[in-house]
Write a new protein. Sequence first.
Length: 353
Amino acid sequence: MSLSDFEVLSVYEDTYVENESFIVDPSTIVCLPVEINPELSYWIFAGYLLIFLIAIPGNLMVALVIGTNYHSLVPSDIYLFHLALADVFFALTIPFWAISAMKGWVFGNAMCKLISLIQEINFYSSILFLVCISIDRYLAIVRAVKTKKKRQPFCSWLLCIIVWLLGVILSLPVLHNNAFKPLNLTKTVCYEEFDTQTSDHWRFSIRMLRHVLGFLLPLTIMLICYGITVSRLLQTRSFGKQKAMKVIVSVVSGFLFCWMPYHITVMLDTAMRAGLFSYTCQKRYSIDLALLATQSLGLLHSCINPILYAFVGEKFKQNFFKFLVKTGLIKRNVQWKSSRSSSQNSDITSTMM
């Protein structure tokens, strides 16, 4: 299921049927769909707009700084560059959902599919690039000698192409999204729409795909790679390696903070739909509100990474100062003092983070 779908409207599937020969009996509807409170809609709009205003310039800055140092890029820098691009494209879809929260989906069916697809592609791609970074850090720190020849820029660029293609393939199910007006509601929505006889099967399959490939598997790989890496770092007192460990903790914490609540809530929703516990309107509305809140955390992830780079990553700070010197925004002696105060970094901390 696409993050772009307002889960607070998930009861639509229980009340909307396109077949005109089927007449819905209101008395048989378990839970009638509920409009988003107008005041809440304004808060959603403001929150989404704030995320957009942070994510776009922040990630563009990251991509620009990395791009201006293309001659000295290591694999993790290349993955970070593509991660920043994925976050930019992801953030570009946010204004559409902000407007949709207030006025409903007013952009038509074609844009519903396109925006959903763009967001889903970059959702998968950004997470996969985080996995690539975790694997590269493991190779650079734990298996530095054995894998040095394999960690070439060409291989990294090729892997980035594969990640983008995989993101496209995994995102194809969101083409089921359509713009339609549900029963008893005044606003049009952009939401997944399946045949009523197979909706439960398709919804379950798509959610499992998203849970496994969009969260559980990436998280498992990141925890294994970073766990082994941290274990190795703890064996040394090198200042640079301790800095690298702080970056690792920040990246994993940011990922868990933004995405774990959403996936746990969706799992609860799936379990309730599957009848694993009783389905009541009160539980339905509570889960819908929880999904609405946790979706905002998921969107927030697109603007967290630039903040991590700016406040945690030593090499990124140095390259950012170099970029400011090149553009004439600061004097060279200021950049020299900043570089002098930073420790020299080995390949272990050579990532922009």
